[in-house]
Design a protein around this ligand. Structure first.
Ligand SMILES: [Fe+2]
Ligand SMILES: [Fe+2]
Length: 331
């Protein structure tokens, strides 16, 4: 769901300089011509490393992103809502798998990525370290969080690394469904009883600002943006995407009679865009550091899932071994 580089580490500038200059120039010319770079093609080490970090963070976010919503599958208000939510959460597992596979083409193993997630070394989207307190949160997540994911991911269909770009095509189609199902939940609640409307407003109040944080730090504090834009790993800056999100989402809130919790939000005729208040970046960095409200629970849930899955991995290994032996015996 999330694609902004959270490492905060600046890619070493000398990394690009020590590469073979002729190869680097040829690579940059291909990227500038909007050609896709494929796994077997030559690429600068810094490009490979940035992509591994970004794609694996993205994959982890899809997988951890299943937890806040999975929490509501058994408590969905009716069978129809349950079936929709189940399908949505399964889609997120699929997104995680496509992305782990895309990252593997860059030479990192699935085990290394899993280990980085479980040990807490790897980052994932800050948004999933907030709790889902009511059913309206499921609406708010689909509408805002998947909505923000679409904003991030649509341009990534043209990112320079082929396997990542192709994974995005299918993911984006599914994200549109996720966004619609969330908005539809909010629409119904907002048109319901006073208590339902209050619940919808409360969810919007809690999820609005964390959703704006999903686009990552402001451009002047995003150390890797410039390089990533030049190599077309990113196609838009964090602030550009955040603005786009506000411009699309604010009228959607108004259309269903909910108010965005930002007194500074105002249409700016001259800019043709909304002005909006400052994000609390202290809170963002605290969550990135692992201090989010339910960060520990999220990690524990992943560790437990991994441990509980040990017998499946073992069974798959033994089955593969048996088949391989049977094949040798038949030859
Ligand atoms: Fe997703
Ligand atoms: Fe999604």
């Amino acid at each position: 769901m999330y694609t902004t580089d959270l490492s905060g580490k600046k890619a070493k500038p000398e990394a690009a300089i020590t590469e073979n200059p002729a190869k680097l120039a040829a690579f940059e010319a291909r990227v500038a011509a909007d050609e896709f770079i494929e796994p077997k093609d030559w690429m600068p080490e810094a490009y490979r490393k940035t992509l591994i970090r970004q794609i694996s963070q993205h994959a982890h976010s899809e997988i951890v992103g299943m937890l806040p919503e999975g929490n509501w599958i058994t408590r969905a208000p009716n069978l129809r809502r349950k079936a929709i939510l189940l399908a949505k959460v399964q889609d997120e597992a699929g997104h995680g798998l496509y992305l782990y596979c895309a990252a593997e083409t860059l030479g990192v193993s699935r085990d290394e990525m899993t280990e980085a997630l479980l040990s807490g070394k790897a980052k994932y989207s800050t948004i999933f370290n907030y709790p889902t307190l009511t059913w309206a949160d499921i609406g708010a997540i689909g509408w805002l969080v998947d909505g923000a994911a679409i904003m991030n991911q649509v341009p990534l269909q043209r990112t320079s690394y082929g396997p990542y770009a192709r994974a995005m095509v299918r993911i984006c189609k599914e994200e549109s469904f996720h966004q619609r199902q969330g908005y539809e939940i909010m629409m119904h609640l907002a048109a319901g009883t006073d208590a339902q409307k209050r619940m919808a407003q409360d969810a919007l109040d809690r999820w609005w600002w964390p959703s704006l944080m999903m686009f990552g730090p402001p451009d002047d504090k995003s150390p890797n943006t410039e390089q990533s834009m030049r190599w077309r790993i990113k196609r838009d800056t964090n602030d550009e995407l955040r603005q786009k999100f506000v411009d699309i989402t604010a009228p959607q809130a108004e259309a269903i009679g909910l108010s965005v919790p930002d007194p500074a939000l105002k249409w700016n005729e001259t800019r043709g865009a909304y002005d909006f208040g400052d994000v609390d970046w202290e809170e963002f960095y605290a969550v990135v550091r692992g201090e989010g409200p339910v960060a520990k629970e999220r990690n524990q849930a992943r560790v437990k899932a991994w441990e509980n899955g040990a017998w499946v991995r073992e069974a798959a290994r033994v089955h593969a071994e048996k088949r391989a032996n049977a094949k040798i015996a038949a030859e």
